[in-house]
Ligand binder design. Structure first.
Ligand code: AHG
Ligand code: MN
Ligand code: MN
Length: 336
């Protein structure tokens, strides 16, 4: 069974940049995710990890103690490995510059965007949560300061993206643009082993995942699509599954076959999910797993971002299911 390190070395030709830098990137990701795994497994034993940190983050959302722990764990871990020059996080209003040592400047070329803890509302009730990450090469010269444009790159420019799901086991799933692979943490030795090679969406899915509590706020196109999912015809009705953790909902849908929808609503016209550190990395994985990711009209990875924390409607899943959703939106254009 391959460890993640062995897998990277074996597949080094698939990564156009230095193997050493990729190993360092993964070393940071593994270190922080193991620290979070340990904390997540202690939730319930101590008040220190449960509930709000008392801070409202840039999204206007109540930051949980574990959000804060995960944010710090990743920042510290990336700092220590001399491979990243800048990080943008859901939990920080502005991007964070990492000033590497002068002798390391040429290797500190990577920009990381991260949702340190996804699905925070599920922490206290032992439901799967995750971390989502997205990596780019910096665009500005290493002689200059980083600028916001280093972070506002189209999703199609990502060189690495993935997530860690802290569920019944802890699994790291990623793509470097050559398929999607999953590695399960063996906590007894602290090593991630290849458990899910070449993950692909099943061609025919039968799950739909959407927060139907927002039904009254959906456009006609979305309402009709939901009715289509529930109709008794062909391989429908689909089954409804919604956790409220993007990572958990996506992981299940990619393996079992299903469409995930977080659309715009009348009260949130841009949707809820954040383009740069939630939708883009999941969209990259989706396409690499043979699926399609859309905002209802266009490809997520083609959107040119204008703000660090911008939101977008998000639909991803097997190609035929997402295309069908887009048809419903198009055919009900006036009200969509
Ligand atoms: P986060 O915990 O990082 O703020 O993300 C929460 C997101 C995402 O994980 C999930 O899919 C979505 O919020 C659920 O939203 P609703 O509760 O509105 O369905
Ligand atoms: Mn999130
Ligand atoms: Mn989060």
């Amino acid at each position: 069974m391959y460890s993640l390190g062995e897998f990277i070395i074996k597949n080094r030709d698939h990564f156009p940049y230095s193997t050493e830098s990729l190993l360092r990137l993964f070393s940071s990701i593994k270190l922080a995710s193991k620290a979070i795994h340990k904390e997540v497994n202690k939730v319930g034993l101590t008040e220190e990890l449960i509930g709000s940190s008392g801070v409202t983050n840039i999204q206007g959302e109540n930051q949980q103690k574990l959000d804060n722990f995960a944010h710090k764990a990743f920042i510290e871990s990336f700092k220590s490995r001399n491979v990243v020059c800048g990080i943008a996080s859901e939990e920080s209003k502005d991007f964070i510059i990492i000033n590497g040592k002068k002798e390391n400047l040429t290797q500190n070329q990577y920009i990381v965007l991260i949702d340190p803890l996804d699905g925070s509302s599920n922490i206290d009730v032992n439901v799967s949560i995750g971390t989502i990450f997205s990596v780019y090469l910096r665009k500005s010269s290493i002689k200059m300061n980083l600028t916001i444009n280093d972070f506002l790159q189209k999703g199609s420019q990502q060189i690495l993206a993935g997530y860690i799901i802290y569920g019944s086991s802890t699994i790291l799933v990623f793509t470097i643009g050559k398929g999607v692979h999953g590695f399960t943490l063996d906590p007894s030795v602290g090593i991630f082993y290849l458990s899910h090679p070449n993950i692909f969406f099943p061609e025919i899915g039968n799950i739909y995942s959407i927060n139907e509590g927002n039904y009254a706020n959906f456009s006609n196109g979305i309402k009709k699509f939901i009715k289509y999912c529930q109709e008794k015809k062909e391989n429908r009705p689909y089954t409804a599954r919604y956790i409220g953790s993007l990572v958990g909902d996506f992981h299940r849908n990619m393996i079992k076959g299903g469409i995930y929808i977080y659309p715009k609503t009348y009260s949130s016209p841009n949707g809820k999910l954040r383009l740069l550190y939630e939708c883009n990395p999941i969209a990259f994985l989706t396409e690499q797993a043979g699926g399609k990711a859309s905002d209802g009209k266009q490809r997520i990875l083609d959107i040119k971002p204008t703000q660090l924390h911008q939101r977008t409607p998000f639909i991803c899943g097997p190609i035929n299911m997402v295309t069908k959703f887009e048809e419903f939106i198009m055919n009900n254009n006036k009200s969509s």
